[in-house]
Design a protein around this ligand. Structure first.
Ligand code: NAD
Ligand code: SAH
Length: 436
C-alpha cells in the first residue's frame, strides 16, 4: 500500500497515542464493533480530508473495520500528528500527510486521495469536495495543477459523477457547500455532520472552548488570570472560548459580534460587548472564532498594546490579517514553537500563534478524544447512511434518530441514566386538547 509520511519509524509512538484515544472514544468503539459484524462499508472507497490526529485514526480504523478502503489526507497543512500518520501507514491505510505542508504539497495530497477514485468524500472545511467540483467544471488554477501531479491516470473530470455522496465536518465547510448548492452547482449529496446536535453543541463549544486554551497555553505558558481576553464571534465556538476564559480567571472577557441576537446573548451571559476597533486597544489576548475574513485587520493590530497575543480558532488563516502584518512588520522572529514575534512600524510588538491557523490543532492536539467521540460517531454513521440510502443532490442533516442514538450511547458510556416519558406525559405534551 502506498503512503507518504514524515517518518515511518514514529509508528510505535503513534500506536500508543491512538490506543489512548480509543480508550476515550467509547461511542465510536461501539459503532466499530457493529461495523465489524455487519461490514456496511464493504467495497466502498473513502477519500478523507481530515486533521490527521489520534482521534481521526480511531475513525479511520472504524471505517476500515466496516469494510472501507480509506485514503487519508490532511484538512490543514499544519495539524498533522506525524506519529499518527506513521502508525496508520504501517497498518495499511493510504496516508499522505505530514506536519508543515506547503500549498503545493497540500493539494498533491488531495490528488493522492482522489487517485483512489472514491465512492465517498469525507471532508473538513470543504477543500476536498470543492476540488472535486473544480475538476468537474474544468477549472485550471494552481490547486488543480497540483492535484493533477499526484492523481495518476484517473479521469478527474468524471470523478464527481461516480461519487455517491460526501460528508462535511465543520461550520465553514457546510457554509461553502450550501453556497455551491445555491448556485446550482453541487454535484452529489452531502451530509452536514456539523448540523447534528451531538456535533456542534459539544465539539464546537466544549471541544474548541478547551482546546483553544490548550493551544494558547502550550505556545505561551501565559497566566490567564488577570488578563483582558477578546473573543471575536459569539457562535458555538466563540461562546465556548469565552466561557473557558472566565473559568481560567480572565479579568475581563470582551466579545465582538456583527449579529445583534448573538451580541445580546453575550451581554446576557455576562460578557462585555463592543466593536473590535475599541476592543483592540484594551485586550491582552485576541481570539477569532467567526469563519469570516479580516476580522482583526492591520489597522486593529496597529492599535493594540505592546505584547498583545493573537490567535485564531476559526477556519483557515484569514480571520487575522496575517498578510498585512507580514507586509508592514519591521522584523519577525520565533520566540517559542508556534509563537512568532512581530515588531510593528510603531515600535510595539505583537505575538501571533500558529501562523494564524487553528490554534487548537496547530499548537495543541485539537479537541480531546471524548468530544471527537461524538463528532466522529456522526461521521461513521453518515458514511453508512450514504451507502444504505440513495439521496438526491442536496445538503442534508443526519436523521434525528441517529443523532439521538449518539447522545444515548454517550450517556450510557458515562454511566448516566435519564427518565423516560410516561404514556400520560407523552400524550400531554403532544396534544392540543389538554389545557387548563
Ligand atoms: P457560528 O456560525 O455559530 O458562529 C460564528 C459567529 O461569528 C456568528 O455569530 C457571526 O455573527 C460571527 N461573526 C461573523 N463575522 C464577524 C465579525 N466580522 N466580527 C465578529 N463576529 C463575527 O460558527 P461556529 O460553529 O461558532 O464556528 C466558527 C468557526 O470556527 C467556523 O469557521 C468553523 O468552521 C470553525 N470551527 C473551528 C473548530 C476548531 O477546532 N478550531 C471547531 C469547530 C468549528
Ligand atoms: N480545514 C479548515 C477547517 C476547520 S477545522 C481549517 O483547517 O482551517 C475545525 C474542525 O476540526 C472541527 O469541526 C472539529 O471537528 C475538527 N477537530 C477538532 N479537533 C480535532 C481532532 N482532535 N481530530 C480531528 N479533528 C478535529
Amino acid at each position: 500500500m502506498e503512503y507518504k509520511v514524515k517518518d515511518i519509524s514514529l509508528a510505535s509512538r503513534g500506536r500508543q497515542l491512538i490506543y489512548w484515544a480509543e480508550r476515550n472514544m467509547p461511542v465510536l468503539m461501539r459503532i466499530r464493533e457493529r461495523f465489524e459484524r455487519e461490514r456496511p462499508l464493504a467495497g466502498i472507497t473513502i477519500a478523507a480530508s481530515l486533521h490527521v490526529t489520534k482521534e481521526t485514526a480511531v475513525l479511520v480504523r472504524t471505517l476500515a473495520r466496516g469494510g472501507a478502503r480509506v485514503a487519508l489526507v490532511p484538512s490543514n497543512p499544519l495539524s498533522t500528528q506525524d506519529e499518527v500518520a506513521a502508525a496508520l501507514a504501517e497498518e495499511g491505510v493510504a496516508v499522505y500527510a505530514w506536519r508543515g505542508m506547503n500549498e503545493r504539497e497540500y493539494y498533491n495530497a488531495i490528488g493522492f486521495a482522489l487517485s483512489f477514485s472514491p465512492d465517498i468524500t469525507m471532508d473538513d472545511g470543504a477543500d476536498l469536495t470543492a476540488s472535486v467540483h473544480k475538476l468537474a467544471y474544468g477549472a485550471s488554477d494552481d490547486t488543480v495543477q497540483h492535484i493533477r501531479e499526484t492523481a495518476g491516470s484517473i479521469d478527474l473530470a468524471k470523478l464527481a459523477s461516480r461519487i455517491r455522496g460526501g460528508t462535511e465536518e465543520t461550520t465553514t465547510g457546510v457554509i461553502r457547500l450550501k453556497a455551491l448548492h445555491r448556485e446550482g452547482k453541487l454535484l452529489y449529496p452531502i451530509i452536514a455532520v456539523n448540523e447534528s446536535y451531538t456535533k456542534y453543541l459539544f465539539d464546537n463549544r466544549y471541544g474548541t472552548g478547551q482546546s483553544t486554551w490548550d493551544g494558547i497555553l502550550r505556545a505561551t505558558n501565559m497566566l490567564v488570570a488577570g488578563k483582558v481576553v477578546v473573543v471575536a464571534g459569539y457562535g458555538w465556538v466563540g461562546r465556548g472560548i469565552a466561557t473557558r476564559a472566565r473559568g481560567l480567571g480572565a479579568r475581563r472577557v470582551i466579545v465582538t459580534e456583527v449579529n445583534p441576537v448573538r451580541a445580546l446573548e453575550a451581554v446576557f451571559d455576562g460578557f462585555e460587548v463592543m466593536p473590535i476597533s475599541r476592543a483592540a486597544e484594551i485586550g491582552d489576548v485576541f481570539i477569532t472564532a467567526t469563519g469570516d475574513v479580516r476580522v482583526i485587520s492591520l489597522d486593529h493590530i496597529l492599535r493594540m498594546k505592546d505584547g498583545a497575543i493573537l490567535a485564531n480558532a476559526g477556519h483557515f488563516n484569514v480571520e487575522i490579517d496575517v498578510e498585512g502584518l507580514e507586509r508592514v512588520a519591521r522584523s519577525k522572529r520565533t520566540i517559542r514553537p508556534y509563537l512568532e514575534e512581530y515588531e510593528l512600524p510603531n515600535g510595539k510588538r505583537v505575538y501571533l500563534i500558529g501562523e494564524g491557523r487553528l490554534v487548537n490543532l496547530v499548537a495543541a492536539e485539537g479537541h480531546p478524544s471524548e468530544v471527537m467521540d461524538m463528532s466522529f460517531a456522526n461521521q461513521a454513521l453518515a458514511a453508512e447512511y450514504l451507502v444504505k440510502n440513495k439521496l438526491g443532490v442536496g445538503v442534508y442533516k443526519l436523521p434525528d434518530e441517529l443523532d439521538v442514538e449518539v447522545a444515548k450511547l454517550k450517556l450510557s458510556s458515562m454511566g448516566i441514566e435519564i427518565d423516560e416519558l410516561t404514556e400520560e406525559q407523552r400524550r400531554y405534551i403532544t396534544s392540543w386538547e389538554l389545557g387548563t
